[in-house]
Write a protein that binds this ligand. Structure first.
Ligand SMILES: Nc1ncnc2c1ncn2[C@@H]1O[C@H](COP(=O)(O)OP(=O)(O)O)[C@@H](O)[C@H]1O
Ligand SMILES: [Mg+2]
Length: 355
């Protein structure tokens, strides 16, 4: 196999009888930034530790830039890493911390080392604090130094495991911008672990959605959001996640009490349980009835970020989430009218998307 990037080939990791990573196969393309996204405990850190060489797979192989590294020690893998709690040398300055990993590199002259560090300081936007000590920095800047240090060696692969967890929200945005800038400039293959979908959506060329030790879908952010391969993806992504409405097969098509007309049944549909998926922001909502609308009662309603309303509605015997900017005066107990644009409805059978 001569494929560049990172190839995870049938990798399983068991801790005793517990399977943390389950026969996982995936390729992180050369030079791309991939996010590993999934709920806590799904195996993200375990997978990263195996790529880094800190954990050995129970089964399977890991190949980096065409080289089987499964049994190589971490040091020999030429990987940069940033974890949630980076080790930092408090008694060294920002510049010295970044320069440290370069000292081992005999191929660099002192002048080249200095140039490399200056470049990194520029990328992480800390040139003005180059001589400050680590303990004089806030958490966000400290984390930037950790990032700078791990990318300074310009390894082909960099791994980030929830590096913004302990950083306050504004500094988080700056850090994310820094990550983007770094990956653009250095063309490294980056794998970035997060449980935060916004972070994944902003950063990633591709997102690997993970659940229970397996990859559910590996796709671009937009595709993942608009065309989730499974109900899990629809539910996990979005704020709040996708609505799922049960539907029945009839001669006329798929029928639901929430739809005024049957929906064309996809040809590939089998005999499984059918649900229709639609995002809360795709529902049409008005105070008066309109063509194709059904009546809905507002159970509760809160104002979300950016002034949009998030409401829980009961419609027929279903509960549906609505996100709208169109009804600013909406209140609990109101009756409104909602519509499901047929072109936005996704059909899922036994949890898997059919159309
Ligand atoms: N060294 C270990 N020994 C036993 N169980 C572990 C070990 N490391 C991780 N696990 C378990 O494996 C699962 C996945 O953990 P982890 O990879 O840390 O998940 P994530 O990073 O997605 O939150 C969890 O249930 C965790 O308890
Ligand atoms: Mg983790």
């Amino acid at each position: 196999m001569s494929e560049a990037g990172i190839v995870i080939d049938g990798v399983t990791k068991r801790f005793g009888s517990f399977t943390a990573v389950d026969n996982l196969t995936l390729t992180f393309a050369d030079g791309e930034t991939a996010c590993l996204l999934g709920p806590s405990g799904c195996g993200k850190t375990t997978l990263m530790r195996m790529i880094a060489g800190l954990e050995t797979p129970t089964e399977g192989r890991i190949i980096i830039d065409g080289r089987d590294v499964t049994n190589l020690r971490p040091r020999r893998r030429n990987i940069g890493m940033v974890f949630q709690y980076p080790v930092m040398y408090q008694t060294l300055s920002v510049r010295e911390n970044i320069a440290l990993p370069l000292k081992r590199d005999r191929s660099l002259s002192a002048a080249e080392r200095k140039k490399r560090v200056d470049e990194v300081l520029d990328v992480i936007d800390l040139a003005h604090r180059a001589d400050a000590y680590i303990d004089e920095l806030d958490a966000g800047s400290r984390q930037k130094v950790a990032v700078g240090r791990s990318v300074a060696r310009q390894t082909k692969v960099v791994l980030f495991d929830e590096p913004t967890t302990n950083v306050e929200v504004n500094a988080k945005l700056t850090l994310i911008r820094t990550f983007k800038e770094i990956s653009r400039r250095l063309k490294q293959t980056a794998v970035y672990v997060t449980h935060d979908q916004t972070e994944a959506m902003t950063l990633a060329d591709k997102i690997a959605l993970m659940k229970d030790g397996s990859i559910i879908q590996y796709d671009g952010p937009t595709a993942l959001y608009q065309k989730p391969a499974s109900e899990f993806g629809g539910w996990f992504l979005g704020n709040p996640g996708m609505n799922f409405i049960p539907a029945q097969r009839t001669e006329a098509g798929l029928v639901s009490p929430l739809l005024p007309e049957p929906l064309d049944a996809p040809a590939k549909l089998g005999a499984g349980k059918v649900r229709l998926g639609i995002r809360p922001e795709q529902l049409l909502a008005r105070t008066e009835p309109f063509k194709g609308s059904v009546e809905a009662k507002v159970e509760d309603c809160i104002v979300g970020i950016a002034g949009q309303l998030l409401a829980r509605l009961s419609v027929a015997s279903e509960t549906v989430k609505l996100k709208t900017g169109a009804l600013p005066n909406l209140r609990a107990q109101d009756t409104i009218h909602i519509g499901f644009p047929p072109e936005d409805l996704l059909v899922f059978e036994d949890g898997v998307r059919v159309t």
